[in-house]
Design a protein around this ligand. Structure first.
Ligand code: GDP
Length: 448
């Protein structure tokens, strides 16, 4: 672990626009060698952020292309270093020749994510913002793009920094009190102040934990396992939920022998439905394997929709239903009107997958999960690693809070708070390892 990791050296160049022929391509150069490269290839002075139409010269003096050259002077650039952005005609031959010429003039090919990594190392972005750049580039729906933009603008890190501030305040209050006798502390209402600060920080943690959970779902989507006995209508329900026939529907029990995973979007958010093989006792080897996979999918799912045959079960009885376990009483069309009583539990639904009745209510329930609680004023994107660090941090904080309540020694409480600070700092990257940075930036494309 290290606070700020080694700087990256050398001047780098790469194509930042998509690969392949295009109308216009953008090549980006960053580093201390940008100015000499401009002198040799553009052969004129460029002003900060002023686009110039100019010939781009190869080393032998030939003009490769007419380009728009845009110079950003350090530190006012994306990476914090001098940057030259070249917009050229998007021919593969032209791009290759310009890049070759830049390499001859002392630049080297950029590694994956190296521009953004430099921005992070030069304090232009914190780690959550750098990750939001990748999320924004990869986003395939406007909802995810918007959430990533909010994170990129610092909406997520601001919340993390605010808790970090509270932890620092708690620690300094506790550490300062170590030197004072108890009578003095009583006079200044020390304990009351501390209890209030602990309470407020705990509330902030809880809100952020909730928001981060929703934010993870926004980015990574939600896995929903559809479970239930054979022939209750799981495949038919899946087809209704995704709007077209994907699973094989059959009235012979045990036909869905493998798990079927279908990715779709609900209100722009990604949802994977896993239709599991009906779990029942069987000697059939293939079906057994299907059942094993079904159980595995159920364990890994964010949510389970258990399908039951409404003609076979008491539909008022839905005790197992909870927020993460919905029950769909299916085949409502086979009930006569008298029997058609609405299931009582909040997370149970009476549906007819065959006729498409009641499906909207399930879709609405799923969609609401991406919206979080009502006080989630801003949607953000977050990753599992953020959630893990946040949970770890909260755990240490809560230990500190309990120890303080039990009047344990101040330095022990402060030690736990320090642990909480460190876990939280991993999110924004103040406290991070080279391996963590590699794992994040290696997933970027070259040129980003
Ligand atoms: P699975 O084994 O749980 O995946 O069940 P399927 O989706 O393959 O459905 C089994 C049988 O039940 C098929 O003949 C379906 O047409 C029928 N079925 C499914 N849903 C309904 C429903 O809502 N009403 C009625 N009447 N039949 C249904």
């Amino acid at each position: 672990m290290n606070t700020k990791i080694q700087r990256l050296s050398g001047t780098i160049a790469a194509q930042s626009s998509a690969q392949g022929a295009s109308g216009v391509a953008v090549i980006r150069v960053s580093g201390s060698g940008v100015k000499p490269i401009i002198q040799k290839t553009i052969k004129k002075e460029l002003e900060h952020m002023k686009a110039e139409l100019a010939p781009f010269y190869a080393q032998n003096g030939n003009v490769i292309d007419q380009v728009i050259a845009l110079y950003f002077q350090s530190p006012s650039s994306y990476t914090g270093e001098d940057i030259l952005e070249i917009s050229c005609h998007g021919s593969i031959a032209v791009i290759d020749e310009i890049l070759a010429s830049l390499y001859q003039q002392g630049a080297r090919p950029a590694n994956a994510g190296e521009f953004t990594r430099r921005a992070f190392l030069n304090d232009k972005l914190d780690l959550t913002q750098a990750e939001a750049v990748a999320d924004l580039i990869e986003s395939t729906s406007i909802e995810v793009a918007r959430a990533a933009k909010n994170s990129l603008e610092g909406a997520f890190s601001k919340k993390v920094f605010s808790i970090l501030d509270s932890l620092a305040q708690l620690r300094s209050t506790i550490e300062a009190s170590l030197d004072f006798p108890d009578e003095d502390l009583e006079e200044t209402n020390h304990d009351k102040k501390l209890a209030k600060l602990f309470r407020e920080t705990r509330n902030s943690y809880q809100t952020l934990l909730e928001q981060t959970q929703v934010a993870c779902k926004i980015r990574e989507g939600m896995v929903v396992a559809i479970t239930g006995k054979p022939n209750v209508g799981k495949s038919t329900l899946l087809n209704q939920l995704i709007g077209h026939d994907r699973a094989i529907v059959s009235d012979e029990p045990g036909t869905t022998r493998d798990t079927i995973e279908v990715n779709t979007t609900i209100d722009g958010y990604s949802v994977s439905f896993v239709d599991t093989a009906g779990v029942r006792k069987t000697d059939n080897k293939v079906e057994k394997e299907g059942i094993r996979r079904a159980l595995e999918a159920t364990e890994n799912a964010d949510l389970i929709i258990e399908v039951k045959d409404a003609t076979q079960e008491k539909i008022t009885d839905a005790k197992e239903a909870n927020e993460n376990h919905l029950i769909a009483f299916n085949k409502a069309d086979l009930l006569n009107n008298k029997e058609e009583i609405k299931p009582k539990a909040n997370n149970a639904f009476l549906v007819s997958a065959l006729e498409g009745r009641g499906i909207n209510k399930i879709v609405e329930n799923l969609s609401n999960r991406f919206k979080g609680s009502k006080d989630t004023e801003l949607t953000i994107t977050a990753r599992r690693r953020h959630l893990t660090s946040l949970k770890e941090s909260f755990k240490s904080f809560d230990v500190a809070r309990k120890k303080e309540k039990n009047n344990e020694a101040g330095d022990i409480v402060a030690e736990e708070l320090l642990q909480a600070q460190n876990s939280l700092s991993e999110i924004t990257g103040e406290y991070s390892s080279e391996e963590l940075l590699d794992s994040i930036f290696n997933k970027f494309c070259i040129g980003k």
